[in-house]
Design a protein around this ligand. Structure first.
Ligand code: NAD
Length: 354
């Protein structure tokens, strides 16, 4: 397993260090996992003057999978947009054709009280949101600013999906549903948007190839409402880039803390970039306060989706569950009055449980 580690910025190196300990622990023989280390985002700008420099590009192309911490921070906020840390993230996703973003929203029973919803609505929640990542209104042309016929300044963007783009993300949706509970909900806005009419047609056609999967369609406004009304009705959701951006953030809040949620971005051959969904948390960086669990669970996703090692994924997830059940909490997931441990101590506990 050739894994590139990109700690990134802020709390990145602290959380990634704990994930590396987990990798070292699960390796059954020396050399089974080959790690290399590189820079992305602000760290790459500091070293090479670019957030995704050629050195990192080379490493990323050679790796089977990449573990990223997080990028960004106030230090880089005044840089020109082209060299901002976030551009490094967009560039690596584009360079590696990572078109499928998988974000689970899981609420561990022990953390039900951390959710903003009532425990009975969310306890046991386990949803997978699959978001298309390289198309839609974020990339459609033309886009820009202009002066209209009435002489008024206006901005415009283009929502766009080609049949092949919908097919490949729908396939990821159906394949993921087959590995889970065989239930897929496709989210669109087909009552208003032509792009969504095509989307719905293509997903419906693809559904004929997966007769075992129970396929449903839902408008995005209703999906946003259902996610907070009765989120457990969903198993796998597949949707386009902009709807997925919003719905996956909404779903992440159901799960309590941002420090708990992993993600995967995959290409057509299951090569993937794995990262926690949170940012670089400059407010707690360097203080041994960050929760490393989202990063460690990203490794579990890596084992499952890139390396087909469900055994190792189950072991990592099992260790996290055990540690949570034993009452260990970093600050972000602790209830009032509960004792708090640091990043390193959480790493110790998970490695111990492994
Ligand atoms: P953030 O996710 O970094 O932080 C939001 C809040 O959550 C903060 O209070 C932070 O302390 C807390 N938090 C985040 N991760 C945590 C963890 N693992 N454990 C405990 N608490 C945690 O979002 P932000 O403050 O809006 O952004 C900070 C920087 O991160 C910005 O530069 C932003 O551009 C960047 N960012 C990067 C990514 C990414 O790398 N994928 C994603 C979002 C934001």
């Amino acid at each position: 397993m050739k894994i590139l580690i990109l700690p990134g910025d802020g709390i990145g190196s602290e959380i990634v260090s704990q994930a590396v300990r987990v990798l070292e622990k699960i390796q059954s023989s020396p050399g089974e996992i080959a790690l290399s280390f590189g820079v992305l985002g602000g760290a790459a700008y500091d070293k090479h003057g670019h957030p995704y420099p050629p050195e990192t590009q080379q490493q990323a192309r050679e790796a089977d999978a990449i573990l990223l911490g997080c990028v960004g921070g106030p230090k880089y906020d005044t840089l020109p947009r082209a060299v901002r840390p976030e551009q490094g993230l967009l560039a690596i996703r584009k360079d590696l054709s990572l078109f499928a973003n998988l974000r689970p929203a899981i609420l561990y029973p022990e953390l039900a009280a951390s959710s903003s919803l009532k425990p009975e609505v969310v306890a046991g929640l386990d949803i997978m949101i699959i978001r298309e990542l390289t198309g839609d209104i974020y990339f459609g042309q033309p886009r820009g600013r202009r002066t209209n016929a009435a002489g008024e300044d206006e901005g415009f963007d283009t929502m766009h999906y080609a049949r092949s783009e919908v097919e490949r993300i729908a396939r990821v949706g159906f394949e993921t549903a087959m590995k889970r509970n065989k239930k897929l909900c496709s989210v669109d806005k087909a009552n208003v948007l032509d792009t969504s009419i095509l989307w719905r047609e293509v997903v419906t056609e693809m559904g004929k190839l997966y007769p075992e999967v129970q396929l449903s369609h839902m408008y995005v406004d209703n999906a946003a409402m259902q996610l907070v009304r009765a989120p457990k009705q969903f198993d796998v959701i597949v949707t386009g880039n902009i709807f997925g951006d919003i719905l996956s953030d909404e779903a992440s809040m159901l799960a309590g803390s941002i420090g708990m949620l992993p993600s995967a971005s995959l290409d057509a051959n299951k090569k993937g970039l794995y990262e926690p969904i949170h940012g670089s948390a400059p407010d707690i960086a360097g203080q041994n306060k960050a929760n490393p669990i989202a990063t460690i669970l990203s490794l579990a996703m890596m084992m499952r989706y890139t390396f087909n090692r469900n055994d190792l994924a189950d072991r990592i997830e099992g260790a996290v569950r055990k540690v949570l059940a034993s009452g260990k909490r970093t600050g972000d997931i602790a209830q009032f009055g509960e004792p708090i441990i640091g990043t390193i101590e959480m790493g110790d506990a998970i490695v111990g449980a492994l």
